[in-house]
Design a protein around this ligand. Structure first.
Ligand SMILES: C[S@@+](CC[C@H](N)C(=O)[O-])C[C@H]1O[C@@H](n2cnc3c(N)ncnc32)[C@H](O)[C@@H]1O
Length: 320
């Protein structure tokens, strides 16, 4: 008998009789293991569309205040423009601060010297054969521009699993090419990393510039230290932007990101946060997103001239 002449009722009941016990067993298992299961069970799925890239969609109704995601950084590091900070904990340092005994990068304690996030620049500085020397502490220090990018490149060279996640993030390389920022990064980051760390045979300029784009587009700024640091996340870096978002982000003292619902979210709704300052008017928000994330925001708030009846971006008429 071919499958086409199997009576439909028989086929359905047969499938159900096999399927239902499996589902029930899975639910029982989930219930018994709920303590562990709830840590990985998320109320959203990751989907891809041409216009948005990867983004998240709710798989059930979500209540305001619910935490959708708690996640540790994939990579953290100093911001591109920063005064010298400890490369372990990102607290500000000064001329009295100590340096890593192996590589010379400023650190504030023995614990920070051994911090896993410091391994990449430490190893590359040791391999270079000369310690790093940071002397000016009261200015944005150019040498720090390379640290977070170098940490990503280290994953590319030695830790392929983490690198795969970083490499999949959007870099907007094509849009960035021919911009002033791209050329500045070519000189200040790509050429600097290749020459200073003697990595010309390991990374090309283009590879390094792609990582610069990934860091720029996908990093979250973590305002836990006097000078905020940045981090890439496996899932939180995929969150979509909306100028009237349904979620907000916060951070634990260990740099874990928490994404919480700010309003009721219906099943199948997109999950969003705000990448820009929601207290800016529409022209400023749109321009900032265009300059920093390379997209023109078409959210409901941006498209509504009245911004939901608030006239938030309107100029006050002087005659009245
Ligand atoms: C932080 S990444 C988000 C993850 C990214 N979609 C991916 O696939 O890796 C930011 C990028 O996602 C896209 N994006 C996010 N929100 C968007 C929106 N509201 N409209 C258009 N593009 C958006 C833009 O390309 C933006 O530069």
């Amino acid at each position: 008998m071919t499958s086409s002449n199997v009576p439909l009722t028989a086929s359905v009941s047969c499938t159900l009789s096999e399927f239902l016990p499996r589902v029930l067993r899975k639910m029982e298992h989930q219930k018994a293991d709920w303590k562990n299961h709830k840590k990985v069970c998320r109320p959203f799925k990751i989907v891809y569309t041409e216009d948005l890239g990867r983004h998240m969609v709710a798989t059930r109704d979500i209540k305001p205040g619910e935490i959708l995601l708690k996640e540790q950084p994939l990579i953290s590091g100093p911001s591109q423009n920063t005064v010298p900070v400890c490369v372990g904990c990102y607290k500000n340092v000064d001329e009295k601060s100590r340096c890593c005994s192996k590589c010379g990068w400023p650190i504030c304690s023995e614990i920070c010297e051994k911090a896993p996030q410091h391994i990449p620049e430490c190893r590359y500085s040791v391999m270079r054969g000369d310690k790093v020397s940071i002397k000016n502490f009261n200015m944005i220090h150019p040498t720090y521009q390379c640290v977070t990018v170098l940490r990503c490149l280290y994953q590319k060279q030695f830790l392929p699993e983490t690198w795969k996640k970083i490499d999949e993030l959007q870099s907007h390389c094509e849009e960035r090419k021919d911009t002033q920022k791209y050329e500045q990064e070519r000189v200040n980051i790509a050429q600097f990393i290749r020459k200073f760390f003697k990595l010309e045979s390991v990374f090309t300029e283009e590879e390094i510039l792609k990582v610069c784009g990934i860091v720029m587009i996908n990093s979250h700024e973590i305002p836990l230290t006097d000078t905020p640091y940045i981090a890439l996340y496996d899932q939180a870096s995929l969150l979509e932007h909306n100028c009237s978002p349904n979620c907000s982000k916060s951070f634990t003292d260990k740099g874990y990101i928490l994404i919480s619902a700010g309003k009721p979210i219906k099943k199948d709704e997109h999950i969003s946060i705000c990448y820009t300052d929601p207290l800016w008017g529409t022209p400023n928000r749109r321009q900032h997103l265009w300059d920093s994330k390379y997209f023109w925001c078409e959210c409901h708030r941006c498209k509504d001239k009245t911004e939901f009846g608030t006239y938030f971006s309107a100029l006050r008429c002087q005659d009245r």
